[in-house]
Design a protein around this ligand. Structure first.
Ligand SMILES: [Zn+2]
Length: 116
């Protein structure tokens, strides 16, 4: 690892630590006993910003209802679009029936999602 990479890695860690603090984590006065890194307490657990993977913690914390709904809407729209396109070219009646029922399910699910 070059000095520059190490520097940007520690910058990233500071950014993640700051993000955790903005989510309610508290910085601890005592440094990490292993490497002297800054420690934060988040959701009842203590993390060292030097040796713990903070990106996993912030990643897990960003899984929110809103983000899942937004992703679901995207996926359903893409699938609905594909199914509709397939239906447009499908000649076989029984396959059309499958596609229509699939599209109906996607559409129903889309409508159940909270509207923005
Ligand atoms: Zn540590």
């Amino acid at each position: 690892m070059t000095a520059g990479a190490a520097l940007s890695a520690s910058k990233d860690r500071m950014k993640l630590a700051a993000e955790l603090v903005s989510r309610g984590a508290t910085m601890l006065a005592d440094p990490c006993p292993q490497d002297g890194g800054i420690q934060v307490r988040y959701r009842g657990k203590v993390y060292c910003i030097t040796h713990d993977d903070l990106s996993m913690i912030t990643k897990a914390a960003t899984v929110s209802y809103d983000s899942v709904v937004a992703q679901m809407r995207e996926v359903l729209l893409a699938r609905l679009n594909e199914t509709t396109a397939a239906l447009g070219t499908e000649k076989d009646a029984s396959k059309q029936e499958q596609l229509v029922s699939l599209a109906a399910k996607y559409f129903e699910l889309l409508q159940k999602l909270p509207q923005k």
